[in-house]
Design a protein around this ligand. Structure first.
Ligand SMILES: NC(=O)c1ccc[n+]([C@@H]2O[C@H](COP(=O)([O-])OP(=O)(O)OC[C@H]3O[C@@H](n4cnc5c(N)ncnc54)[C@H](OP(=O)(O)O)[C@@H]3O)[C@@H](O)[C@H]2O)c1
Length: 353
């Protein structure tokens, strides 16, 4: 069967961007045509060499203007958070390229009116589409629970949790995120702004709309756990008595009652001997719990590895949730497109024997 090909540019090759780049190199319905990098060591390198795959003939560039004029159907835009991102997204859209971005503003929403307006204007200028992708915000807090609604007779509330043991799933930003600080100091000055939920609002709103409801208010709760011993992680060590865990809770209220609750449990360790309180035991995962009739629970985690544990693939999933949407976003109507606009995506090129 001859399949339509989609010309794609990968913008940034960090953890998320590399997962997408590998997919583009592997997938026969995708033609990788460009790679944008900022790291001087990657400039001029073959895209295949950047992700330990065979050569592709596509060389990475740090020349933004070259990317802007390149002929392509889509750009997977995955840079570090940077104030220039929105301007770059809008230029790409205005140049006629569809943009899929895990770097925000995810899906523009009522809390981000200026970003929404700029993106919509750029889409109109370039006759292009914008899609915000990710695993959270994204897949675990919207598509996954929306899919599960079909298995319920009645729904009272939906809880989506991100549970990560940051020792087993280290991130370079561990200290920047406030681990290792004095608990009272972090409580007084959380590193994740109380406003952050606005970036997750598109997922909250999409889920509420799928239920036929409007969100009236979102409330925020933040608590910390204390390290019960010195804890080593890949990028350093935190001391006993400092912040060893963080729990953010965002509750979306509808008709005067909590309807959707997002939890973020970030823990350094997975045992009650590591931190107090240990909110969550077991493997890192995304978990959806629906309270209603019948209630249900789904955990999203990696397939069991040789060590008997289930790895956590949050970052690669973020890249792949975007990469596998390329075909649908390119074929979609111009403008901002959510999962609800895209419907049931059926990505081609995944079965490769
Ligand atoms: N929605 C979600 O669920 C979700 C989940 C995780 C991450 N994200 C977002 O996805 C994006 C990528 O995350 P990541 O984990 O891949 O990050 P990362 O590993 O830190 O990599 C980001 C890449 O951005 C480029 N970069 C470095 N400094 C930069 C700067 N000052 N300005 C612009 N770009 C710069 C580099 O690309 P080169 O190496 O190619 O030069 C770097 O490798 C971030 O914006 C993150 O917030 C979203």
């Amino acid at each position: 069967m001859s399949e339509k090909k989609y010309r794609v540019i990968q913008w940034a090759t960090g953890t998320v961007g590399s997962a997408a780049l590998k997919h583009f190199i592997h997938n026969p319905v995708i033609d990788l045509v460009g790679v944008y990098v900022t790291n001087p060591e990657k400039v001029g390198k073959d895209a295949g060499d950047i992700v330990d795959l065979p050569k592709t003939g596509v060389l990475a560039t740090d020349d933004i203007e070259k990317i802007m004029v390149m002929e392509a159907d889509a750009v997977l835009f995955a840079p570090f958070q940077n104030p220039d991102n929105l301007g770059h997204i809008c230029r790409l859209l205005a140049s006629g390229k569809n943009v899929i971005s895990p770097a925000g503003p995810f899906l523009p929403n009522k809390w981000l009116p200026d970003e929404t307006k700029r993106i919509e204007e750029a889409c109109a200028e370039g006759n292009s589409s914008f899609h915000g992708c990710g695993v959270h915000p994204g897949y675990s807090g919207d598509i996954l629970p929306i899919t599960l609604l079909r298995l319920c007779d009645r729904i009272d509330s939906i809880e989506v949790s991100e549970v990560i043991d940051k020792v087993r799933n280290p991130m370079i930003y561990t200290e920047m995120a406030g681990f290792g600080l004095d608990p009272e100091a972090l409580l007084a000055n959380p590193r994740r702004s109380p406003e952050t939920y606005k970036h997750f609002y598109s997922s909250l709103d999409m889920l509420a709309k799928a239920l036929g409801k409007e969100i009236e208010e979102v409330t925020v709760k933040f608590e910390v756990a204390t390290a019960l011993k010195d804890i080593k992680h890949l990028f350093g060590e935190i001391k006993k008595g400092t912040v060893g865990g963080q729990h953010y809770e965002w509750t979306a209220w509808c008709e005067g009652a909590p309807l959707i609750v997002y939890h973020f449990y970030w823990q350094l360790g997975d045992s009650a001997e590591d931190i107090d309180p240990l909110w969550e035991e077991g493997e890192s995962c995304y978990r959806v719990r629906i309270k209603g009739d019948p209630g249900l629970e789904v955990r999203l985690m990696g397939d069991k590895a040789e060590d008997g544990r289930n790895p956590f693939h949050g970052l690669p999933w973020t890249g792949l949730a975007g990469a596998t949407a390329v075909q649908a976003v390119c074929d979609a109507k111009p403008g901002v497109v959510s999962h609800i606009d895209l419907g049931l995506i059926q990505p081609k090129g995944l079965v490769r024997r």
